[in-house]
Design a protein around this ligand. Structure first.
Ligand code: ADP
Ligand code: ASP
Ligand code: MG
Length: 407
């Protein structure tokens, strides 16, 4: 007998039929002798609908109140799923994040889980019940409801699996595993039977929304066996592995992309020590995360151009801040560009193979895609390109690295 945590995403609980299908799957696992904890998201589209409602009243909704509102989405699905389970004779009980004491910090809309009290769940499991928990939500030490950021139910599931020392955490979704890239963008994308934890972490942090990055981080920290699989069909899905020495690593595991980036440039900054910190200090103080940074000396050698990327939501605020700094520094101009995307190649095999970057740039050049920024690490290469080249760029790279062919 094993303890399994299963998470079902929005599409998987998007209708009464789907909820009944999930109930049947969960009950089957229990009948095979497993203890099952189920984490669910809100019905598909529901979280977006709630955000729109809030914005119709308050353009920038108060974070605390937004969390009270958003948490209702998952409260609906836990109750419905528990009913669906009971209806087919499977004893079940639902819990909100607060009822389960999923303790988080107080960073509303992007809270981090600090602690989970598993006692109540373990008692239910021992009594033969399935436990249904609301994903995406928790409670802070003041008793206020918090949420974990978009896609946060993945993180709830992995954190619960870690707290209960579950044998496996299964993420059921609308695709049958992790692919070489988003199959919605490249139909020739291939399902991976395994991916290393490191690669999954990079893919998630570079924009692959199939798993929330914090879920992958949690899985790594607590060594939670994690699997992504389909709620619509049977299959093995994709296992996130911790084995470092897989024989004959493929060079590239996959391609990730992020549409929600924006680029900012300060032109003609007098080139002096401390300029980078004068520019980025106030950006950091405004809680804006900076991703790629490029600084280049201009032809006259007296000034420098400073470029960096931020999340698209932060772009308007970042421009405001930069205009102020540019005035103080005597810089020539501030430019902003919201129509960019970041495309990244990820693979642990890059460590031992040269020439990947040049092959990547050649493949993009062949399609006449202009590269605006480049950044690399040990196991990834990212480029920033114009947003109209997203599909073309992803497909060109997928083909150049023959990702549709099993390694
Ligand atoms: P859920 O609601 O179940 O959490 P998500 O929409 O958050 O589902 O995540 C699943 C989606 O992730 C897929 O429908 C797919 O379009 C997208 N996706 C992005 N990158 C990948 C990838 N490399 N492999 C599989 N799916 C991916
Ligand atoms: N319902 C939340 C969202 O849409 C959490 C999740 O689905 O994981 O982001
Ligand atoms: Mg998701």
């Amino acid at each position: 007998m094993s303890l399994i945590v299963q998470k079902y995403g929005g599409t998987s609980v998007g209708s009464v039929e789907r909820i009944n299908a999930v109930a049947a799957r969960v009950a089957a696992w229990r009948e095979r002798g497993h203890q099952v904890v189920v984490v669910v998201s809100a019905m598909s589209g529901e979280t977006n609908r709630l955000i729109e409602l809030a914005k119709a009243i308050q353009p920038r909704p108060a974070p605390r109140e937004l969390d009270v509102l958003l948490a209702t989405g998952e409260q609906v699905t836990i109750a419905l799923l528990a009913m669906a389970l009971q209806q087919i004779g499977c004893p079940a009980r639902s819990y909100t994040g607060a009822q389960m004491n999923i303790l988080t910090d107080s960073a509303h809309n992007k809270a981090r889980i600090r602690d989970i009290d598993g006692a109540r769940v373990l008692a239910d499991l021992a009594a033969g019940r399935v436990v249904v928990v609301a994903g995406f939500q928790g409670v802070d030490e003041n008793g206020d409801i918090t949420t974990l950021g978009r896609g946060g139910s993945d993180t709830s599931a992995v954190a619960i699996a870690a707290a209960l020392k579950a044998d496996e955490c299964q993420i059921y979704t609308d695709v049958d595993g992790v692919y070489t890239t988003d199959p919605r963008i490249e139909p020739r994308a291939r399902k991976l039977s395994r991916i290393t934890f490191e690669e999954m972490l990079e893919m998630a942090s570079l924009g692959s929304k199939v798993l929330q990055i914090r879920a992958v981080e949690f899985a790594g920290k607590y060594r939670v066996p994690l699997r992504v699989l389909s709620s619509f069909e049977e299959g093995e899905g994709t296992l996130i592995t911790f084995e470092e020495e897989v024989v004959e690593e493929p060079k590239i595991a996959g391609i990730a992309f992020a549409r929600d980036e924006a680029k900012l440039t300060v032109l003609g900054v007098p080139d002096q020590p401390g300029v980078a910190s004068r520019i980025l200090g106030p950006i950091a103080a405004a809680n804006i995360e900076v991703d790629m940074i490029v600084q280049n000396i201009a032809a006259d050698e007296a000034t420098t151009d400073f470029t960096f990327t931020v999340h698209r939501n932060d772009h308007p605020r970042a421009i405001e801040i930069l205009q102020e700094i540019a005035r103080e520094l005597g810089a020539r101009q501030v430019l902003g560009d919201e129509r960019i995307v970041k495309i990244s190649l990820v693979g642990v095999g890059m460590r031992s193979h040269a020439g990947i970057a040049s092959k990547m740039f050649a493949a993009l050049a062949k399609e006449k895609i202009n590269i605006r920024m480049i950044s690399t690490s040990e196991i990834k290469i990212s480029v920033v390109v114009d947003e109209r080249y997203l599909e073309l760029g992803v497909r060109a790279l997928h083909e150049a690295f023959e990702l549709d062919v099993p390694a």
